[in-house]
Structures are given as C-alpha cells and as structure tokens.
Design a protein around this ligand. Structure first.
Ligand code: FES
Length: 158
C-alpha cells in the first residue's frame, strides 16, 4: 500500500467534515476501519473518505445506523461501487424519501389545522392524536403521524 493512501485522523476529519469523535464511534460500530501507527495513533485508508461520504448521504436520507451498516456490507470492498450498485441503492433510498415526504405532508396538513389553537389535545387534536390512535394502540404517545422510519433515533445519536 502506498504511504499516500494512509491518512492520519486529522486529515480525515478535515477532508470528511466529521468530528474525530464521530470517526471513533463509526469505528466502534464497525462502519469504518482504522489501523494504528507505531505510536498507537489512528491511520485510515484513503477509501474511508468514500465510506464516510456514503454514511453522510445515508444519514441525510434518514437511514438508521443498522440500515447504514447493512447497506455498507453490500457494497464491494475490493472495488469502487459501479453504476448498477448505486442504482440499486438509490432505488431503495428513493422509496424511503417518498415515504418521508408523505409523512411530512401529513404532519404539515395537521399542523395547519392546529395553527392558532395549541391545545394538542389527545381527545380532539388531529395533529397530536390522528384517528384517536392513542386509544387503539399500545404505542407510546407522540409522533402519531410519523412512520416507523421517522420515529427511529438519528443514526449518530443513541
Ligand atoms: S392544537 Fe388544538 S386541535 Fe390541534
């Protein structure tokens, strides 16, 4: 391996925009790998930058940490992803974005009907309790209009 293909954590931070703590977190979760220098400092293969760009894009789409891991596990490790790899991934992400757009439109509609009220009543507010789902569900209160994908915590938060 060319020494120019191995980068210190500071350069990865600078070039990726991720904090060092985020890099350590992703390493602990198995999304990226680091080597150690003779002095014990983290060193990364240049290709980690591409994985980090993928993680950021997937996170922006709303994928959970587990979903990002799953997607990364299906990407080739020995070559650059091809057009067909990206086509497959983008089809999946398009479905996710469509689902989120629908959910957000429903939230917006509910919010507009509540403007000026503010009661958030579980008995009569279509925004806080659409279809009286609280009465017919074992779910915890809140976020009743959101699909499961929008209820999951952000991948970088626990
Ligand atoms: S906030 Fe009052 S009905 Fe929604």
């Amino acid at each position: 391996m060319d020494k120019h293909d191995v980068l210190p954590i500071g350069e990865i931070v600078q070039r990726s925009g991720f904090a060092a703590s985020a890099l350590r977190f992703y390493e602990s979760e198995g999304l990226i790998e680091a080597m150690r220098s003779g002095g014990g400092q983290r060193r990364y293969q240049r290709s980690v930058l591409r994985r980090l760009a993928f993680i950021r894009a997937a996170s922006n789409v709303g994928l959970t940490l587990e979903e990002i891991k799953d997607e990364l596990s299906r990407l080739p490790s020995n070559r650059t992803p091809t057009k067909s790899d990206w086509h497959r991934i983008s089809q999946h992400w398009r479905g996710r974005l469509d689902e989120q757009i629908v959910a957000l439109e429903r939230l917006k509609t509910g919010l507009e009907s509540c403007i000026g009220c503010g009661c958030l009543s579980l008995q009569r507010c279509a925004f806080s309790n659409p279809g009286d789902w609280v009465a017919s569900s074992d779910s915890a209160p809140g976020a009743g209009l959101l699909p499961d994908s929008l209820r999951k915590p952000h991948p970088t938060r626990r």
